[in-house]
Design a protein around this ligand. Structure first.
Ligand code: URA
Length: 438
């Protein structure tokens, strides 16, 4: 590609002033980024202008389209894969290990799951980073491997490849470290482009809202769900959306190794109630949309049976083996990266846990090395937090509130930050519903 006729500074200025980009300009901008004619610092400035001025729906569609066109679009039918391909995507949360559980669960229920996942974004962890806690696990699948694994075991989780919506990968990595994640249009283009490129027939989108999500309120999450659904439809793809609450962390573990451990426990039928409930609901919705069941109740029962009889765990094991990972982690989780110390932290007061501020917990994990500050940072996969008390639990002084999985880096500050994320009530707490169908 020749250098663009418009200089990147003109696009930045235009958006900074609240201008609307033409479709061709958005395509040219994405191309300029991909060919090195628009530098990281210029893209970061444009992203920040978008955060302030927004993109309208036409611009958001154009950005999605440009991301999709930066790579290829998978066609499973052309590869002779005739079953329904299901993909679930979350807009990101704290302790959100649902993909690690739901994907093998759906595969065990008889649908093919072929999914592109992301790395950590902002304060939220990424599935791909979590999978890298499994020694040897190859997160990068080329197109051939992606299809072959979908065909052979019906389950593949891959990072963004050079060929599938690669432009989103570039924008995503920069958004992560420039505080430009929480914009509705940027999220919608990022999520929907990956879903279009990876060619799934059924897409279930879990849009999170609350303190630990990018959308802080339910109306904002509803707006994001609607935009994603409308853009998906313009590509001829139906997106089924669900809203879920992300005020407190989901489940007990926040980090990388610790979340894989919790996912394995859930696949053994020993998960935290909130994680299991969300996974079973998403499984039921996905199975109905995939046409395997007409009743959500029956689909839920089937999914529950596949979780409790070990089929979902077996599918997870097959996936680890197929992607070159060490499947012994299922029995020996200590084979995954470990922290230098596991520090139990005790309650100093009694009461019912009223709230655990997800964002503060996520920040604590990040400051211990569990999140990126710069694009090229390596993560400390062994650090994290394991909650021993969740919202609604009763607590007495001296009870273990949480474990801090720490390497020496900022452990004291992290401990204090998580402690202050807890608030208490004298009266029992009724937790609000975890999810809402849209
Ligand atoms: N998930 C994505 O894939 N992209 C975003 O921007 C946010 C969540």
């Amino acid at each position: 590609m020749n250098a663009p006729t418009v200089s990147p500074a003109v696009w930045i200025e235009h958006k900074k002033q609240g201008g609307i980009h033409a479709r061709e300009d958005i395509h040219a901008l994405v191309q300029a980024v991909m060919h090195g004619h628009m530098k990281d610092y210029q893209l970061a400035a444009w992203l920040m202008a978008v955060c302030w001025q927004g993109l309208n729906e036409e611009e958001t569609f154009a950005l999605t389209e440009a991301f999709v066109q930066s790579g290829s679009v998978l066609d499973f039918k052309a590869q002779g894969i005739t079953g329904v391909i299901v993909d679930k995507h979350s807009t990101g949360g704290v302790g959100d290990k649902v993909t690690l559980i739901l994907s093998p669960l759906l595969a065990a229920c008889g649908v093919t799951v072929a999914k592109l996942s992301g790395r950590g974004l902002g304060i939220t962890g990424g599935t791909v980073d979590k999978l890298e806690a499994i020694p040897g696990f190859k997160v990068e699948r080329n197109e051939h491997e992606f299809f072959e694994q979908a065909k052979s075991i019906g389950l593949v989780l891959s990072s963004q490849t050079a060929s599938l919506a690669p432009a989103d990968g570039v924008f995503y990595a920069l958004r992560d470290v420039t505080a430009t994640v929480d914009n509705l249009s940027l999220i919608a283009a990022s999520v929907v482009s990956k879903k279009i490129a990876s060619g799934a027939d059924v897409v279930v989108l879990d849009v999170k809202f609350g303190k630990g999500a990018f959308m802080k309120t339910q109306p904002d999450a509803e707006a994001l769900a609607r935009v994603c659904a409308r853009i998906g439809e313009r590509f001829g793809r139906k997106m089924h959306t669900l809203l879920s609450r992300m005020e407190a962390p989901l489940g007990r573990a926040i980090g990388h190794t610790v979340e894989v451990v919790e996912a394995i426990e859930t696949l053994k039928g020993q998960g935290a109630p909130d994680v299991e409930a969300l996974c079973l609901h998403l499984a039921a919705v996905s199975l109905v949309h995939a046409g395997l069941f007409t009743s959500e109740h029956e689909a839920h029962q089937h999914a529950q049976a596949c979780l409790y009889d070990g089929k979902a765990l077996a599918a997870f094991r097959d996936m680890i083996r197929a992607q070159g990972g060490d499947e012994r982690v299922i029995e020996q989780p200590e084979r995954m990266p470990q922290p230098q110390r596991i520090i139990p932290v005790f309650a100093e007061q009694s009461g019912y846990v009223a709230h655990i501020h997800a964002l503060e917990v996520a920040r604590a994990v990040k400051r211990m090395g569990g999140g990126r500050v710069n694009k090229t940072d390596a993560l400390d996969l062994g650090v994290g937090v394991v909650l021993r008390k969740q919202v609604g639990d009763v607590v007495f002084p001296g009870d273990v509130l949480f474990e801090l999985w720490a390497s020496t880096h900022e452990a004291d500050e992290a401990r204090q930050q998580v402690l202050s994320a807890f608030t208490y009530s004298k009266l029992p707490i009724q937790a609000p519903p975890l999810y809402y169908d849209v």
